[in-house]
Design a protein around this ligand. Structure first.
Ligand code: SF4
Length: 510
């Protein structure tokens, strides 16, 4: 068969997970320039830039959620797809074993994690033939936080803050802006969107995701769509959602729109949202050996990525003002009630991870550790066992709003004092925080290498039967930085930014 095919695939997966393409880096540099120093968005972007460079330097995942791998493969006529599928699956399993991918494939009925990223429907692979004498493999790793912010509209429809969206390009414009507003910081803004006009429900979403294989700096060959892309880029960035939903000048780093035919009765607009950790690469392979001939979406052959930051500040840490509040867990109610939205805290001591499975389980079972005064981190880390010792390979925050049905109860029942995550939480959690004396701390979404460096040791793990991302890990942390975005006085930055951006959205109705 093709002796180098497996190794080429492993290189592609590893590099996609650890090294952002130049068009995304350029867009993020532009975002950094657009945010004034000292603002929350500027602080978030500084951490993101450090994280991007740190991921390259240690060849570690840029974000701990290495997402759903989606491959698009083109081959000469007559290629053996069965063999190629098996090779791709084997390369995915090996990359997972090496800690380049998190084990992300979960049985939807039992909740069991396969542990190697393989299972029905994962990874996603599309094959196509062409008349060329080479193989092309493109890969996107798109995480759950941004996938959950995808949106689909059936026109005509009435949109909150935007009014009626007709079956026109103006109706499409309203849907796209609504989707960006609705995403707020939950998909780790600033993000990029792929949009499809038309299709049926399924093909419309597929075509929207396909748009994400275009580079952020290309120009749509259709002049009408090119103009709409431009309009969206300018107007979406007036919404002031900003990095991580903190408020700011850059909410979107790219908008790519395609169109496919539809049934007369249907008019779908689908929006595929990708986060700043927009991991997309490709390779062109020799059709007789499977060896890499050329990288796609990268600097010219052989050149390393251009760093985001000068070498001397790549590990500068969270931009400090001297007003940071240092907290050591266990934390008292009195300490928590002194915090207000906007404060930056540095956490030291123990911290416990807990996400979807842990929160659901805590509704019916006592925690395996004492959570009184503790910090609960919404995080599904990438962990690797070396001998009998666990090491953290990536550990950024996950989207917190999924825990909204449970969080208030967990706080009140077990005395949790701080919850760390990203994207914020809702009214129920805010009320519980006020009642019990707890805060929500927003960490910078996707900054998995940055936060892994704040963890100095792994002290234990419980509920491993949920799989490594869902288990409850006990970390010991050092100056772990986060911003208070919901306090114990009933204030929420997320609510404020959502309301302010809704008013700006209203201005874009016409
Ligand atoms: S950067 Fe955010 S949205 Fe993107 S994969 Fe990571 S956690 Fe998910």
């Amino acid at each position: 068969m093709l002796p180098a095919f497996f190794d080429s695939l492993l290189q592609l997966i590893t590099r996609t997970s650890t090294d952002l393409p130049p068009d995304v880096r350029a867009a993020m540099r532009h975002a950094m320039e657009a945010e004034p120093d000292g603002t929350r968005s500027a602080q978030a972007l500084s951490v993101i830039a450090q994280n991007i460079d740190q991921a390259v330097s240690c060849e570690g995942p840029i974000c701990q959620d290495t997402g759903m791998p989606t491959f698009k493969v083109k081959t000469p006529v007559g290629a053996n797809y069965t063999w190629m599928r098996d090779q791709i699956r084997a390369a995915i399993a090996e990359a997972t074993r090496r800690g380049k991918l998190r084990s992300n494939s979960v049985d939807s009925l039992t909740g069991d994690n396969s542990g190697d990223n393989l299972g029905p429907g994962t990874p996603i692979m599309y094959f196509d033939q062409w008349e060329k004498d080479e193989i092309e493999v493109k890969l996107i790793l798109k995480g759950g936080g941004c996938e959950n912010t995808n949106a689909q509209y059936s026109l005509p429809t009435e949109l909150p803050h935007m009014g009626r969206a007709d079956r026109t390009l103006d109706g499409v414009r309203k849907c796209i802006l609504h989707a960006v507003w609705q995403a707020q910081g939950k998909g780790c803004s600033p993000g990029a969107i792929g949009v499809c006009i038309g299709g049926d429900r399924a093909s419309s979403y597929m075509h929207a995701k396909d748009q994400l294989f275009r580079t952020l700096d290309d120009v749509n060959p259709n002049p009408q769509l090119a103009a709409l892309e431009q309009t969206i880029m300018v107007t979406a960035n007036t919404l002031s959602v900003g990095a991580m939903g903190f408020g700011g000048n850059v909410s979107l780093i790219g908008c790519k729109i395609g169109a496919v035919n539809r049934l007369p009765a249907s008019f779908f607009v689908s929006v595929a949202y990708d986060c700043w950790a927009f991991r997309r690469l490709g390779v062109k392979l020799d059709a007789t050996t499977g060896a890499i001939r050329e990288w796609m979406y990268r600097e010219p052959q052989g050149q390393p990525s251009t760093p985001m930051l000068p070498a001397e500040i790549v590990n500068a840490g969270f931009p400090r003002t001297g007003k940071e509040v240092v907290l050591t867990s266990p934390i008292t109610e009195e300490q928590i009630r002194q915090l207000h939205v906007g404060d930056v805290v540095l956490i030291n001591g123990s911290m416990f991870t807990g996400r979807d499975a842990v929160h659901a389980h805590l509704m019916k079972h006592e925690p395996p550790v004492d959570l009184n005064g503790q910090v609960l981190y919404h995080c599904g880390p990438v962990m690797v066992k070396e001998g009998d010792r666990w090491t953290v390979r990536a550990a950024g925050p996950t989207t917190s709003i999924r825990e909204e049905p449970y969080q208030g109860e967990v706080i009140k029942r077990y005395g949790v004092r701080a919850v760390i995550g990203k994207g914020g939480m809702g009214a129920k959690t805010l009320a519980a925080m006020k009642e019990s004396g707890a805060v929500y701390l927003n960490a910078i979404g996707g900054a998995a290498q940055f936060y892994a460096r704040c963890i100095d040791r792994v002290d234990g793990v419980s509920w491993m039967e949920f799989g490594t991302p869902e288990a409850m890990w006990q970390f010991h942390v050092n100056d772990f930085p986060a911003i208070v975005t919901m306090d114990a006085h009933g204030n929420s930055l997320h609510k404020d930014v959502e309301e302010a951006s809704a008013q700006k959205l209203e201005l874009l109705r016409v």
